[in-house]
Design a protein. Sequence first.
Length: 58
Amino acid sequence: MIANTEWYRIFLQAADSSNLTKAAQNLHMTQPSVSNAIKQLEDTLGVRLFDRLLRGFS
């Protein structure tokens, strides 16, 4: 099971910022693109990486 290396870069930025919108801004991407990349990584690895909250995640 090989994940796209770009997904890891996106994951790290999202984890650092604790906010997908901020991560998207830092990566010069749209928020839905960041969200989709995180979802694809989660699906590939078979684990949930973040607990989604109403405002951000943990």
